[in-house]
Design a protein around this ligand. Structure first.
Ligand code: X2W
Length: 293
């Protein structure tokens, strides 16, 4: 009987630990980038959806931006199409563009929306075409000083923040697929990390969180120690020294860009940890790596 009471009291104290964080975030907007690499299994996805729904119910306004690179890969594979990547960006010809849009908007987006709604969240799935949310133009990548044409890969020109604010400030959870729309109506495939950072900037989010499949940043790749907080300058130095590379670069640069444009906190989180969003936001210790100015 007493043991049971102790457990209950412990549960209450865990909830109370969250109080100052809830107060700080109440009414604020948090942008959560959910990468395809962190959508490992249904159980994990369910935990993420629970965390996001809980945030909404305690008065925080989450906006979800999702990736889905692995989903696109598996459909392309069935069609016997192989993708090439330049600096982490998928070279996107017309056929790949069609597949990317079908998969991200029709499959990945709707799965996440449906799961959130199952949890009691009121999720609305949109992509950059809806309400001209993500206005885009063709992106050229530079490799060793040379301009490379990646086809229908886009870069963000502007974000129609009003669309997201209308939904997020109301009872809805916007879930955004990273497809942009050009002035002439052309669809563009945009890296989801970049979209998340641009959205966080445009709506001046309180927080931007990248959920991926690494524990966080490390000074030494072979070390077990995760950097819990690091400045933007230190991050840039680590990139120069080659200590941060590949898919992590758009995430950390997105964090720095967002911080410089008014976002207060940015984080890189291990999406493979159960309830990683709650652990980061509502515990004293937090998890993953926080990047600050
Ligand atoms: C990405 C969009 C999806 C994405 C792609 O085609 O894979 C470009 O590379 P993850 O899961 O976050 O990697 N677009 C241009 O970013 O998904």
């Amino acid at each position: 009987m007493y043991e049971e009471m102790d457990t209950l009291i412990e549960k209450a104290s865990i909830l109370i630990e969250a109080l100052p964080y809830i107060q700080k975030l109440y009414g604020k907007t948090v942008v959560i980038k959910y990468g395809g690499n962190a959508m490992i299994n249904e159980k994990l996805k369910n935990w993420v959806m629970e965390d996001i729904t809980l945030l909404k119910y305690i008065g925080v306004n989450p906006i979800v931006v999702h990736g889905g690179g692995p989903d696109i890969n598996s459909v392309l594979k069935k069609l016997n199409v192989e993708s090439q990547f330049v600096n982490g960006l998928r070279v996107t010809d017309m056929q790949t563009m069609e597949v990317a849009q079908m998969v991200l908007v029709g499959k990945t987006n709707k799965e996440l929306v449906s799961m959130l709604n199952q949890k009691g969240g009121k999720a609305i799935g949109i992509c950059g075409i809806d309400g001209n949310l993500i206005q885009a133009r063709k992106h050229y990548e530079y490799v060793n000083g040379e301009k490379v044409d990646l086809g229908y890969v886009g870069e963000v020109v502007s974000i129609n923040a009003k669309v997201l604010e209308m939904l997020a400030k109301d009872e809805y959870i916007p879930v955004v697929a990273p497809i942009g729309i050009g002035e002439d109506g052309t669809s563009y495939n945009i890296n989801a990390d970049t979209v998340a950072a641009e959205i966080a900037k445009a709506i001046k989010a309180e927080k931007l969180m990248f959920m991926t499949d690494v524990e966080g940043l490390k000074y030494d790749k072979n070390s077990k120690e995760i950097i819990s907080a690091i400045s933007a300058d230190e991050v840039l130095k680590m990139i120069e020294e080659g200590k941060i590379d590949g898919g992590m670069i758009p995430k950390v640069l997105g964090c720095i860009d967002a911080l410089k444009h008014g976002v207060n906190r940015t984080h890189i989180l291990d999406g493979r940890i159960p309830h990683c969003i709650l652990l980061e936001i509502f515990t004293d210790k937090g998890i993953g790596t926080m990047i600050h100015l």
